[in-house]
Design a protein around this ligand. Structure first.
Ligand code: MF3
Ligand code: CO
Ligand code: CO
Length: 337
């Protein structure tokens, strides 16, 4: 039997992001005024075992809409800060002050001992990056993950932002990750199984040769930061837990340019890809309704930071030796088919 010819040749392995992210200096703990209501772990750092229902009461739902809108507003403002030269500690300072100004507590602060008020995850950092003295560099990508506790409930939302001029493969990663979140939101149905989420995300990531992180997942969220509901972003047919009407939860896919396997820094928080390739994430807090999943982390005007991602340029297509974009640039608009 003849050996099948490879049509496209071997696929190059995606390269590690260089230079690698290294830990910087972490500034002293920021204070929250005494009049701000703290979550139960605020002082001890220990959230204890989850005891809350997965389903919210009408009053809790009303509170989650308001807290979700405030979290969305903070994420929008944090995203506006992103440019080469700003440190992740400066972003933390603004998120902290805005949270307090809006009458809330920045949920990450002292959650299981986490030292800062927001998570900032740059390039190959998958999630839970600790803000520090590192300035953002032109070409970086950064996920900012904001969670606000107010009126007894949490609103949890994140977006990945482009720093200056970002390479096409990273832009595609960011764009496909956002698409994955949107596909998953559209896929879930009242009473439908959790596996619908992975079933929407996995094939979309695979089509773009991107990995889906398995070691970190979405979660129920409400009066507690993390409830017992687990929301994996990969497909597994055994994930049959139904998402009942009234359930509040997150979807927060993390996609990778290379392998999805994670390693943890010595700080016990920062999760990075083992192969050093870049990774992106987007997150919304959602409420399951009769009509499907409603986004709670949007402003009163229905806005969120996700809407502001500039569309990635189309990948160049080879046309008779030149690339599609070169052909366009040369003024020759008659593209042969
Ligand atoms: N916001 C993260 C999530 O989406 C959790 C951060 S926990 C922290 O679940 F302690 F790192 F802040
Ligand atoms: Co979350
Ligand atoms: Co989050």
């Amino acid at each position: 039997m003849a050996k099948r010819k490879r049509r496209n040749g071997p696929v190059a392995k995606p390269a590690a992001s260089l230079p690698p992210i290294a830990p910087g200096l972490v500034s002293p703990t920021r204070r929250v005024p005494a009049e701000i209501e703290r979550p139960p772990y605020g002082v001890s750092g220990d959230p204890g075992p989850s005891v809350s229902s997965l389903v919210r009461t009408p009053d809790e739902i009303a509170a989650m809409r308001r807290t979700g809108a405030a979290a969305a507003e903070i994420l929008l403002r944090a995203g506006e800060l992103v440019e080469p030269g700003i440190t992740t500690d400066e972003i933390d300072s603004v998120v902290h002050d805005l949270s307090v100004e809006m009458g809330g507590y920045p949920s990450p602060l002292n959650y299981r001992g986490y030292p800062k008020s927001v998570c900032t995850s740059v390039n190959e950092v998958i999630c839970h990056g600790i803000p520090d003295s590192r300035p953002l560099a032109d070409g970086d990508i950064i996920n900012i993950d904001v969670t606000l506790f107010r009126e007894g409930v949490h609103g949890d939302t994140s977006a990945t932002f482009l720093v200056g001029d970002v390479a096409p493969d990273s832009r595609r990663l960011v764009e496909v990750t956002l698409e994955s979140l949107m596909l998953a939101i559209a896929a879930v149905r009242p009473g439908g199984p959790v596996r619908d989420i992975g079933q929407a995300i996995d094939p979309h990531a695979a089509k773009h040769r991107l990995g889906v992180v398995r070691e970190f997942i979405g979660h129920g969220v409400g009066t507690e930061f993390h409830t017992n509901l687990q929301i994996p972003h990969y497909y597994d047919r055994r994930l049959t837990t139904p998402i009942e009407i009234g359930t509040s939860f997150t979807i927060e896919p993390m996609l990778t340019l290379g392998g999805p396997e994670a390693a943890m820094w010595d700080d016990g928080w920062t999760a990075v890809t083992i192969d050093g390739t870049r990774t992106a994430q987007f997150e919304h807090t959602l409420l399951m309704t009769e009509a499907g999943a409603e986004r709670l982390t949007v402003t009163a005007a229905g806005e969120c930071a996700h809407d502001r991602l500039p569309a990635a340029a189309p990948e160049p297509v080879a046309v008779f030796g030149a690339t599609f974009s070169e052909t366009l640039a040369s003024g020759d608009r008659d593209i042969p088919t």
